[in-house]
Design a binder for this molecule. Structure first.
Ligand SMILES: C[C@H](O)[C@H](O)[C@H]1CNC2=NC(N)=NC(=O)C2=N1
Length: 97
């Protein structure tokens, strides 16, 4: 099944480059930082991501800062990056990018 395909670091980096040019693969996580106006906007964006994450039962690490939201995705069940991470990152990008 496509969703359980484990991407090697090399393939994940290639996927990110073509599908999600603003994202990077770092320490086994698919990551992006979004600039926001202030803390309230970072928190609002984190909540919007949370809504999607619950809907697909896949949960990014979110770090809410003043003016910045850090997003990091990994499929812990597979101990790897998988299609689930890229699919959710694309949804997040459509929402916040
Ligand atoms: C049982 C449940 O579906 C799993 O524990 C899900 C929940 N959310 C998850 N989120 C992330 N990021 N990785 C996972 O492997 C994961 N597993």
């Amino acid at each position: 099944m496509a969703e359980t395909h484990r991407f090697s670091d090399h393939d994940a980096t290639a996927q990110a480059k073509t599908r999600l040019p603003e994202w990077r693969v770092e320490d086994g996580y698919l990551c992006r930082s979004y600039k926001r106006k202030d803390f309230a906007e970072s928190l609002l964006s984190a909540n919007a991501i949370g809504y999607f994450a619950e809907a697909v039962d896949h949960h990014p690490d979110l770090t809410v800062k003043y003016g910045k939201l850090d997003v990091a995705l990994r499929t812990h069940d597979a101990d790897s990056l998988t299609e689930k991470d890229f699919a959710l990152a694309e949804k997040i990008e459509g929402l916040l990018g």
